[in-house]
Design a binder for this molecule. Sequence first.
Ligand SMILES: Nc1ncnc2c1ncn2[C@@H]1O[C@H](COP(=O)(O)OP(=O)(O)O)[C@@H](O)[C@H]1O
Ligand SMILES: [Mg+2]
Length: 238
Amino acid sequence: MAQTLLKVSGLKVAYGGIQAVKGVDFEVREGELVSLIGSNGAGKTTTMKAITGTLPFLGGDIEFLGKSIKGRGAWDLVGEGLVMVPEGRGVFTRMTITENLQIGAYIRNDKAEIARDIDRVFTTFPRLKERASQLAGTMSGGEQQMLAMGRALMARPKVLLLDEPSMGLSPIMVDKIFEVVKQVYDQGVTVLLVEQNASRALQLADRGYVMESGLITMSGDAKVMLNDPKVRAAYLGE
Ligand SMILES: Nc1ncnc2c1ncn2[C@@H]1O[C@H](COP(=O)(O)OP(=O)(O)O)[C@@H](O)[C@H]1O
Ligand SMILES: [Mg+2]
């Protein structure tokens, strides 16, 4: 079996007195695409922030490559390969597409390799190449999502965390975004995908977890979950 890259055990995260994540266990193995689905407010983003060191956690532990990340900062973890595309994308709208991609490589100093990786990102996302010298803020939401993904790839992630990449996009762009997520996964990148679009997320995934009110309530093989009447009733609108 493939190596476990990310192991979350008994994770608890609170905002002041409010517990948003109440003891969550899951893992992501090398080469997998794992989908974490669940309705709005379930605690998905809070979990992602704890994993990437942007939010401290009170209880439990998160191990990346077999070591606890407790207390470590986000920048430090990006350097180790734990890279998130946040909800809402967070591209630098007043910088060009190329500058945004260069920022993604800020932890690296191998200039020639960085240039090669920018070319690789442009091959994956031809739309970004066409608009390389334009300001990111002039692009559509879907294009900005591609840029955010491209920027994350520039850090050479060992695990790429995507928080609701399809949120707020038109149906055509939603299709396109799920296509590029698959493309990135097919290139060998390990992906943890958070989505409210449960059906699409499970179609792509190897395994899935359902989160409800700060707890994991279901998990398993993604194809099995897609055909599970309980999952279908609760999350696939049947
Ligand atoms: N900054 C915050 N301060 C206080 N409560 C928050 C904050 N962010 C999220 N929450 C609460 O934590 C819970 C989980 O939120 P979140 O992790 O964003 O859920 P999801 O990403 O699954 O929609 C929700 O009840 C939300 O209201
Ligand atoms: Mg969220």
